[in-house]
Design a protein around this ligand. Structure first.
Ligand SMILES: [Zn+2]
Ligand SMILES: [Zn+2]
Length: 309
C-alpha cells in the first residue's frame, strides 16, 4: 500500500524518494542542517546523504536530526579534485566520521588555495567600489563578516552576501567579477588540489565507497564549453584502475543519452549507481530536494549496507 502511494506520488513529482547529493551551509549551501532536514521531510524523502564539499562538518547534526524523523542516512562527502584543468568531484559514501582529522590533513592545501581564490574575489569586489568588505583583509575576517560555517569561503556565500547588502543580482555580480568562464575556472581548479585518483584513495582510507560525481558536467566545468566525452572516458578508465566503486548516473543536468551511457559502464564494470540532486538551498533555485527517478528506497538501503560494509 505504502509502496503504491509512493510510486504514484513519485511519478507526479518526477523525482525519487531518495537523494544522495545535498549541500548545507557547512560547505556552500544556503541552509542549516536543520532546515535541510525539514525540506527532506516536507518532500517525503526516505533516504538521504549530505555531501558537503571537502568537509565532514554538519554530518553528525544532519544524521541526528534525520534519524529523529525516521529518515535513513548514508554519510557522505564530495571531494574536489583536478585532472588536466578539469574539475572532478569524487563522492564518498559510508565514510567514517572518526576519519575527520585524516581528511582535514589531506584537504588543507585545497582549503587554502580555494580561500586564496575567495580573497581574489573579495579584492575584485572592493576594486569595483562595492564597499562592503572594508577591513576584511584576510580570510578569517571575511568568514566572520559573512557568517561562513565552512572551512572554505565559497563563491556562492560571497555572492549571496553581496546580493543581500546591495540588492545587485547574483548573475550580474558574477559577470562583473569574472572576466570569462575560463577566468572563473582558473580560480576554482587549482593544481594544489588532489588528483581524482588521490581522492578515490582518500575515500577508501576513510572507510567509504567512492563514486564519480556528475560525470556529464565534467567538461562543461573545465576550460572548455565543448562537451568532450573522451575526457570523461579517460577519467573513468583511470579511476576504474584505481578502485572507483560507482558513478552518479541520475543527476538533474544529465541528458537521457548520458544516463544511458553511464548506466552501460556501470553494468559492464559491476559498479554501484547513485542518484542526487546537488541541491544547495536557495543558491540552486532551479533544484529541489529529491534525485531524478532511477533509484528507489530499496536500492538505497542496499547501497547503505554496501557503503557501510
Ligand atoms: Zn559536484
Ligand atoms: Zn555537489
Amino acid at each position: 500500500m505504502d509502496k503504491k502511494i509512493s510510486i504514484k506520488k513519485n511519478e507526479k513529482l518526477n523525482r525519487s524518494y531518495v537523494d544522495m547529493h545535498l549541500h548545507s551551509r557547512s560547505s556552500d549551501g544556503s541552509l542549516s542542517e536543520e532546515d535541510l532536514v525539514n525540506i527532506v521531510v516536507k518532500n517525503g524523502l526516505k533516504g538521504v546523504s549530505l555531501t558537503n564539499h571537502d568537509t565532514l562538518l554538519g554530518q553528525s547534526k544532519f544524521i541526528e536530526l534525520a534519524s529523529k524523523k525516521d529518515i535513513k542516512v548514508i554519510t557522505g562527502i564530495e571531494i574536489s579534485s583536478v585532472y588536466k584543468n578539469y574539475a572532478v568531484h569524487i563522492l564518498g559514501y559510508g565514510v567514517n566520521l572518526f576519519s575527520e582529522s585524516l581528511l582535514n590533513e589531506h584537504l588543507k592545501p585545497t582549503w587554502e588555495t580555494l580561500n586564496d581564490s575567495a580573497m581574489v574575489v573579495v579584492r575584485r569586489v572592493k576594486k569595483l567600489g562595492i564597499g562592503i568588505f572594508e577591513g576584511a583583509n584576510n580570510i578569517k575576517k571575511v568568514r566572520k563578516l559573512i557568517n561562513s560555517h565552512s572551512p572554505v569561503v565559497s563563491f556562492n556565500s560571497l555572492f549571496h552576501f553581496i546580493h543581500s547588502k546591495t540588492n545587485l543580482p547574483v548573475s550580474h555580480l558574477w559577470n562583473l567579477v569574472f572576466k570569462s568562464r575560463s577566468d572563473f575556472w582558473r580560480l576554482m581548479v587549482k593544481p594544489e588540489m588532489l588528483s581524482p585518483v588521490e581522492a578515490v584513495g582518500l575515500v577508501k582510507k576513510m572507510g567509504g565507497k567512492s563514486v564519480l560525481a556528475h560525470p556529464g558536467t565534467i567538461c562543461l566545468r573545465g576550460n572548455t564549453t565543448e562537451f568532450d566525452e573522451n575526457i570523461v572516458s579517460d577519467i573513468i578508465s583511470l579511476l576504474l584502475e584505481n578502485g572507483l566503486n560507482g558513478i552518479e548516473v541520475y543527476y538533474p543536468r544529465h541528458t537521457k543519452k548520458q544516463m544511458e551511457l553511464y548506466q552501460s559502464i556501470v553494468k559492464k564494470y559491476n559498479l554501484i549507481v547513485t542518484a542526487g540532486s546537488d541541491f544547495h538551498g536557495s543558491y540552486t533555485p532551479k533544484l529541489s530536494v529529491g534525485a531524478p527517478p532511477g533509484l528507489d528506497f530499496e536500492d538505497f538501503l542496499r547501497l547503505k549496507d554496501f557503503c557501510e560494509s
